[in-house]
Design a protein around this ligand. Structure first.
Ligand code: FE2
Length: 364
C-alpha cells in the first residue's frame, strides 16, 4: 500500500470569524450545550482580537472577533458575514504536513511556527483551500494546556447542559459553478485524499434547482469533505444562493454526530434552534424505503428527523436553518447506525424544504 503522506488524526478545531464572538459563544453554549474552555484576547496578552473556545466531547469550536475595523478578521466578516475561516486538522507533524502539501501545489497561508507557553509547545502551519478558507495543521503532542499557547483556561458563566454532540462527522464546502472538480483534484493531489462518492444533478435535483457533489476522504476516513457546486435548473440553486450571500466559496454545513438524535434534537428545539421542515407525508412510506429501524417512528416524526439506508446500515439526520442572518452556514445533526453515506434518499425532500425557505427570502 502506498504511504499516506498526510496522516491526520482528526478534526482539531473549527474557527469561525464572527461579528460578535462574545454573544455567539453564549449562543453555542446555551443552545448547543458547548462548554467554554479557553479564551484569548487583550486580557491574555493577545492584541486586536478575542477568541472563545467551546468544547463538547471531541468537538472544539473557536469563535473569533476583531476589535478593530481594519483587520483581516473584520474584512472577512464584512465580506462573508459570520462564517468558517479555519478547518483545522490534528496532525503529528505540522512541518511535514506543510511541506508535503505545498510541494504538491498548496498555497501557503502560514509557515510552520512553534508557539510556547508554560504548558508546552504547539507547532502550527496552514494552507489555503476554497474561497478564503484555510486548513491549519496543529501538532499538539507536546502541549498540555487548555487549547493553544496564548489562551487561558476559563469556564462557562452559565450552567451548560451538553446534548450528546460527539464529533465532527463531515464538513461540506460550496464552490462556484465549474469548480467542483478543481477542488476534488486539490484534495486528491495536494492532500492525498480519495474520492469516496459522486452525486450528479440527477441524484440531487427537484423540479426547480439542482446541484452536484463529490465527497473526498483522507486515508483513515476520519476526515470527510463533500464539495458541492450549483447545477443548471429551472430556478436558482441553493448553492448559488449561498455563493451570492457568502460572496465566495466557503463552508456550507458542518455535520455533528450524536448517539441519540431524538434526545439531541429535542434539546436543540427546546433551546430555540430552528430546523428545516419536511412534510408529515414524508413518514407515510419512509419505512418501505429504509426497512426496519430501532427507533420509534412516531418519535422521529415528532422531531421531523430524516431516515436513510445504504448497504451497510441506516442513518438519521436533520438540518438546522442557517445560524446567521445570511442564508449561508448551517449545521447537520447525524446519527449513524452502520451507514457510511450521506442521506441521498433524503435529498429530494430536503431540497424542496430548502426551496420553500429560499422562496420566502425571495431568492428562488
Ligand atoms: Fe451533510
Amino acid at each position: 500500500m502506498e504511504q499516506d503522506f498526510l496522516p491526520i488524526n482528526g478534526t482539531d478545531h473549527i474557527e469561525f470569524y464572527v461579528g460578535n464572538a462574545k454573544q455567539a459563544a453564549l449562543y453555542y453554549q446555551h443552545c448547543f450545550g458547548y462548554e467554554l474552555i479557553a479564551y484569548a484576547g487583550p486580557e491574555t496578552g493577545v492584541k486586536g482580537k478575542a477568541s472563545y473556545v467551546l468544547k463538547q466531547d471531541k468537538i472544539r469550536l473557536v469563535l473569533t472577533s476583531s476589535l478593530s475595523p481594519d483587520s483581516a478578521i473584520s474584512e472577512h466578516v464584512k465580506k462573508h458575514g459570520d462564517g468558517v475561516k479555519v478547518l483545522a486538522l490534528w496532525v503529528d507533524d505540522a512541518t511535514k504536513s506543510f511541506k508535503e502539501t505545498t510541494v504538491r501545489g498548496a498555497e501557503p497561508a502560514m509557515e510552520p511556527q512553534t508557539i510556547k507557553d508554560e504548558h508546552g509547545e504547539v507547532v502550527m502551519s496552514a494552507i489555503k483551500t476554497y474561497g478564503e478558507t484555510w486548513h491549519t495543521f496543529v501538532e499538539r503532542k507536546n502541549y498540555k494546556g487548555a487549547f493553544l499557547p496564548g489562551y487561558k483556561a476559563v469556564k462557562s458563566s452559565l450552567k451548560v447542559e451538553p446534548i450528546g454532540l460527539k464529533y465532527v462527522d463531515h464538513c461540506v464546502g460550496n464552490v462556484e459553478l465549474g469548480q467542483m472538480n478543481k477542488w476534488v483534484n486539490f484534495y486528491e493531489e495536494v492532500m492525498g485524499f480519495k474520492l469516496l462518492i459522486t452525486f450528479d444533478d440527477k441524484d440531487i435535483s427537484t423540479e426547480y434547482s439542482a446541484l452536484m457533489s463529490k465527497v473526498v476522504s483522507n486515508g483513515n476516513g476520519y476526515i470527510k469533505f463533500p464539495i458541492n457546486e450549483p447545477a443548471e435548473g429551472k430556478k436558482k440553486s441553493q448553492i448559488e444562493e449561498y455563493l451570492d450571500f457568502y460572496h465566495s466559496a466557503g463552508v456550507q454545513h458542518i455535520a455533528i454526530a450524536t448517539d441519540d438524535i431524538i434526545h439531541t434534537v429535542s434539546e436543540l428545539r427546546r433551546r430555540g434552534v430552528e430546523f428545516l421542515y419536511v412534510p408529515e407525508t414524508y413518514y407515510d412510506d419512509v419505512l418501505d424505503r429504509v426497512g426496519e429501524i430501532n427507533e420509534d417512528l412516531e418519535a422521529l416524526k415528532e422531531q421531523n428527523i430524516l431516515i436513510d439506508r445504504d448497504e451497510e446500515g441506516y442513518l438519521l439526520q436533520i438540518f438546522t436553518k442557517p445560524v446567521q442572518d445570511r442564508p449561508t452556514l448551517f449545521f447537520e445533526i447525524i446519527e449513524r447506525n452502520g451507514a457510511k453515506s450521506f442521506g441521498k434518499g433524503n435529498f429530494k425532500a430536503l431540497f424542496e424544504s430548502i426551496e420553500r425557505e429560499q422562496e420566502l427570502r425571495g431568492n428562488l
